[in-house]
Design a protein around this ligand. Structure first.
Ligand code: SF4
Ligand code: SF4
Length: 362
């Protein structure tokens, strides 16, 4: 039984490592071909290159133009409400409501491209050539990072449509814990992807992370359908070919990540997302922070079992518990699980227990 379980864990870990490779090679090959094809063929494929030209916020110019304000307002609104829910110790299901709104509006209706994750490339290019990046992109990129400096990775649960899919799929019951050593190795991958994203942006203006993002197949399909439904209602032409988005590779990649995510929570966030590295880094210096009150905690491990990103470690022998601010995505599931009220969210200045090295790890 134990052997079977370890084998399962090994297979999933391997899948996580190779899944970006699975998609990158064919996607880049496909993109190479698409760049040389006519725009009519490109539309037919519904590939990311076609989508990028129209929707990725290089200049961020969605039609109608006022939508840029609607999108930014909703994103900022979700993050601020999320911040209030997290600091107010509200149940995790309250944050799930924000995740659902983010998934439906920013993901399915707006195509998932109102996205700080993809904006890593835009901002990198903008640092070199400021005319390549619009103010809206800068705001979308910076807002979650500024909020992370206040209270951690609020955006990851409350505002990110990519995170929302994974958040809503999470189940404590079927979750498999990745062995610590493998987990440590896998956590280096997003840092490497961040470096590769910056390198690709500087040297070829290539949106590496858009290729690696698995949920775009769902988002692009949602966006296509939204546009077609609006066209239908307003009496404009409806194009049958746009009722399907992305190629077979993208859908296979999505299926692989969804299957992994069924047992291993948040695979994209934990092992791929380069923006998560930046959010994690900023969270390490946040003014208000989640911590475990050493006096109340009895090391029962309930919070550890509830945490989807393995941000909590409990040492029963040493009678200590610690929480990684880099990893914590502010989902409040540990607060729900703890029966002793030991998970607290306080400002560093006022919370002596949060400064206790036993209770804080980065
Ligand atoms: S880690 Fe990345 S993808 Fe996941 S929720 Fe955070 S920003 Fe979104
Ligand atoms: S420690 Fe884990 S369970 Fe608690 S809020 Fe952070 S990510 Fe969620």
């Amino acid at each position: 039984m134990r052997l079977k379980h370890s084998l399962k864990q090994g297979i999933f870990s391997l899948l996580i490592i190779i899944s970006p490779v699975l998609t990158t090679v064919p996607a880049s090959a496909q993109s190479q071909i698409l760049r040389t094809e006519t725009s009519v063929q490109t539309q037919e494929y519904g590939d990311i290159w076609e989508y990028r030209e129209n929707y990725v916020p290089v200049e961020y110019n969605p039609i109608p133009e006022f939508m840029v304000f609607a999108d930014m307002t909703i994103l900022i609104f979700l993050i601020i409400i999320g911040l209030m829910f997290v600091i107010g110790h509200k149940p995790s299901r309250w944050l799930s409501v924000l995740a659902i709104i983010s998934l439906i509006y920013l993901g399915i209706l707006r195509g998932g491209c109102i996205c700080p994750v993809g904006a890593v490339t835009n901002i990198t290019m903008g640092i070199l050539s400021p005319e390549m990046v619009g103010l809206a992109t800068v705001i979308i990129f910076l807002t979650p990072l500024i909020i992370a400096l206040i209270a951690g990775r609020i955006f990851c649960t409350s505002g990110c449509p990519i995170g929302a899919i994974q958040h809503l799929m999470y189940s404590k019951k079927r979750r498999i814990r990745i062995p610590e050593k493998i987990n440590k190795i896998l956590r280096i991958v997003p840092v490497l992807i961040l470096a590769a994203t910056i390198y690709a942006a500087v040297y070829s203006k290539y949106y590496l992370i858009c290729e690696l993002e698995p949920y775009k197949a769902i988002f692009f399909l949602g966006k296509s359908w939204t546009g077609q439904i609006i066209n239908f209602i307003t009496g404009q032409s409806v194009e049958a070919k746009l009722l399907w988005a992305m190629g077979i590779t993208a859908w296979i990649y999505l299926a692989v990540i969804l299957i992994i995510g069924f047992w291993i929570p948040r695979p994209f966030c934990r092992f791929i997302c380069p923006y998560g590295v930046l959010l994690g880094f900023f969270s390490m210096f946040s003014i208000k922070r989640r911590s475990i009150n050493g006096e109340k905690c009895n090391q029962c491990g309930l919070c550890q079992r509830a945490c989807p990103v393995e941000a909590i470690s409990v040492d029963r022998k040493g009678k200590t518990s610690s929480l990684s601010h880099y990893d914590c995505i502010q989902c409040n599931k540990c607060t729900d699980a703890c029966k002793k009220g030991a998970i607290v969210f306080k400002g560093l200045r006022y919370d002596k227990s949060a400064n206790d090295p036993k209770n804080l790890t980065l």
